[in-house]
Ligand binder design. Structure first.
Ligand SMILES: *[C@@H]1O[C@H](CO)[C@@H](O)[C@H](O)[C@H]1NC(C)=O
Ligand SMILES: *[C@@H]1O[C@H](CO)[C@@H](O)[C@H](O)[C@H]1NC(C)=O
Ligand SMILES: *[C@@H]1O[C@H](CO)[C@@H](O)[C@H](O)[C@H]1NC(C)=O
Ligand SMILES: *[C@@H]1O[C@H](CO)[C@@H](O)[C@H](O)[C@H]1NC(C)=O
Ligand SMILES: *[C@@H]1O[C@H](CO)[C@@H](O)[C@H](O)[C@H]1NC(C)=O
Ligand SMILES: *[C@@H]1O[C@H](CO)[C@@H](O)[C@H](O)[C@H]1NC(C)=O
Ligand SMILES: *[C@@H]1O[C@H](CO)[C@@H](O)[C@H](O)[C@H]1NC(C)=O
Ligand SMILES: *[C@@H]1O[C@H](CO)[C@@H](O)[C@H](O)[C@H]1NC(C)=O
Ligand SMILES: *[C@@H]1O[C@H](CO)[C@@H](O)[C@H](O)[C@H]1NC(C)=O
Ligand SMILES: *[C@@H]1O[C@H](CO)[C@@H](O)[C@H](O)[C@H]1NC(C)=O
Ligand SMILES: *[C@@H]1O[C@H](CO)[C@@H](O)[C@H](O)[C@H]1NC(C)=O
Ligand SMILES: *[C@@H]1O[C@H](CO)[C@@H](O)[C@H](O)[C@H]1NC(C)=O
Length: 410
């Protein structure tokens, strides 16, 4: 009875408010408004004044960074405050914005945990918290956001292992966790993410093997597992995912051969453009039979124990820009060089520290000088590659680049 009265009173108040038409709270969901006020209350510094429009004289749907719905005009569906220099923590009240579809808070300085309450956002499709200072564990509760398509947490200080619960996010297309202080293994459950296209787990302190079940992810395009402590072999099923265009397992402890007569090889991936297998313990020859990767632009195999001849078939790949085979046990007589004269896009060939015979170029030759130039631009290029794929915390990069440099100068 009491409750009914209250509801009636609220209703009257609401009608009066809308009839009066002067209040900014007309047609406002009080829950959303309070959640946003609490969000603002957890921000310690707002150097660019991003939240200065968040005041009582404007309806919250008109606040900077806020988008409300079309059908539910008073409900917040998007929070878009990337690159605003915000410093603070993320209020757990965010879990009350129950109509939210996207959260863009990347490139700020949020610290503290990612609130468990985000798991109450059943409509959430996009969560970008990359390039902040979030700590604590990745909330298991994210697995309740069953509509989630993109989860980007790259460059933070997240700890603990990757929650296996994330494997239930059937709609997830992008999982990007690179550069965090994680540990543990790649959860097998992630091979259940059948919509996955982007799998970005570089620099996450992961160990163990790449699950062979990864071959179930037949929509993968971007696979970035560099700079972990992964061991074992590359599952041959991974080399059977024809959609892959970027594949990096660089700086791990992977071993085994990447070529055989019976299983597919890297270069049979028809859409491959970038491949980085450098600094592992791979052996065997560089496979070129059944070469399908006609769009290949960069191939890094440096710092392994590959043997056999330089693969002259690479000369058929007209888009090749970088060939980096240094620090292996490859043999050739430099006829390889003439075989790649058709690779007109080539910017860098790096073959030193192999068992090359034949016409060794002296350090003074113009070609060498050109090559050294190319090596320098190659380092920049490598840096770009890592940056482009958000592997960029500067000391990590320097570290990676330094490793590359060892291969180049050593
Ligand atoms: C709207 O409400 C305010 C009090 O909040 C009142 O002063 C004003 O006269 C009202 N306007 C109309 C058009 O009813
Ligand atoms: C009432 O609110 C609507 C929507 O905000 C606005 O377009 C309209 O001008 C307002 N009317 C008055 C009399 O203030
Ligand atoms: C506001 O949103 C909450 C949570 O979705 C809901 O329970 C409440 O009924 C809404 N209030 C109004 C006035 O629509
Ligand atoms: C509220 O924000 C708007 C938009 O930034 C601004 O024009 C207005 O002066 C602010 N009002 C107060 C009371 O701060
Ligand atoms: C965040 O920073 C990255 C790298 O600098 C940039 O590509 C991206 O567009 C930025 N995001 C926003 C919302 O500015
Ligand atoms: C909103 O969220 C906070 C923290 O999760 C909670 O304490 C509060 O009761 C929620 N509801 C409303 C209406 O603000
Ligand atoms: C991180 O954010 C800062 C501040 O917006 C920006 O300068 C930097 O480029 C971003 N870095 C990355 C890797 O996105
Ligand atoms: C975690 O998610 C569940 C399911 O959405 C929700 O019921 C629960 O309240 C969430 N936990 C917290 C701490 O918000
Ligand atoms: C993958 O999904 C199936 C079907 O939902 C489930 O039975 C299985 O346990 C899941 N596997 C893992 C490793 O989570
Ligand atoms: C990598 O794993 C090996 C065991 O496989 C372990 O001995 C070593 O400490 C690990 N290294 C790092 C950097 O975690
Ligand atoms: C690769 O795919 C082919 C055709 O779909 C299949 O017959 C073969 O067993 C697969 N190989 C591996 C190692 O998954
Ligand atoms: C370079 O391309 C031409 C024209 O397609 C071809 O005839 C020649 O054999 C190619 N050379 C090598 C080394 O592949």
């Amino acid at each position: 009875m009491m409750a009914k009265c209250l509801t009636l009173l609220l209703y009257i108040a609401l009608v009066w408010c809308c009839f009066n038409n002067t209040s900014a709270y007309c047609l406002a969901n009080e829950t959303d408004r309070l959640a946003l006020i609490s969000f603002k209350g957890s921000i310690d510094q707002d150097p660019l004044g991003a939240l200065s429009s968040w005041n009582d004289s404007l309806h919250y749907c008109d606040w900077k960074g806020i988008t409300c719905g079309h059908r539910h005009r008073d409900r917040v569906i998007q929070l878009n405050l990337g690159s605003q220099g915000l410093v603070g923590s993320l209020s757990p009240h965010i879990g009350n914005l129950s109509f939210l579809r996207s959260i863009f808070l990347e490139n700020n300085s949020f610290h503290g945990p990612i609130p468990q309450e985000i798991g109450r956002l059943f409509h959430l499709q996009t969560l970008y918290l990359n390039n902040n200072s979030f700590g604590g564990e990745i909330p298991k509760n994210l697995s309740s956001c069953s509509k989630l398509k993109a989860l980007k947490l790259i460059v933070n200080h997240l700890t603990g292992s990757i929650p296996g619960e994330l494997g239930s996010l059937a709609k997830l297309e992008a999982l990007a966790l690179s550069i965090n202080d994680l540990s543990g293994t790649i959860p097998l459950s992630l091979t259940n993410l059948s919509s996955l296209s982007i799998f970005n787990l570089a620099y996450c302190n992961l160990h163990g093997e790449i699950p062979v079940e990864i071959s179930r992810l037949q929509g993968l395009t971007f696979v970035q597992l560099a700079a972990n402590n992964l061991s074992g072999k590359i599952p041959s099923g991974l080399l059977n995912i024809s959609t892959i265009n970027f594949l990096s397992v660089a700086f791990n402890k992977l071993h085994g051969s990447i070529s055989s007569d019976t299983s597919p090889s890297i270069l049979t991936l028809p859409n491959l453009q970038f491949v980085y297998l450098n600094f592992n313990q791979f052996t065997g020859t560089i496979p070129t039979s059944l070469l399908n990767a006609s769009g290949l632009q960069e191939i890094f195999l440096a710092g392994n124990s590959f043997t056999g001849l330089m693969p002259k078939e690479l000369g058929k790949l007209s888009r090749l820009q970088i060939i980096c085979f240094a620090l292996n046990q490859l043999q050739d007589d430099f006829s390889f060089i003439s075989s790649i004269t058709n690779c007109t896009s080539l910017q860098l060939i790096q073959l030193d520290q192999n068992l090359l015979r034949g016409v060794a170029c002296s350090m003074e030759s113009p070609r060498d000088r050109m090559q050294i130039q190319a090596v320098v631009s190659g380092i920049r290029k490598i840096k770009d590659v890592y940056e482009n794929h958000a592997l960029s915390q500067s000391h990590h990069i320097e570290n990676i680049v330094k490793h590359e440099g060892e291969g180049i100068e050593g």
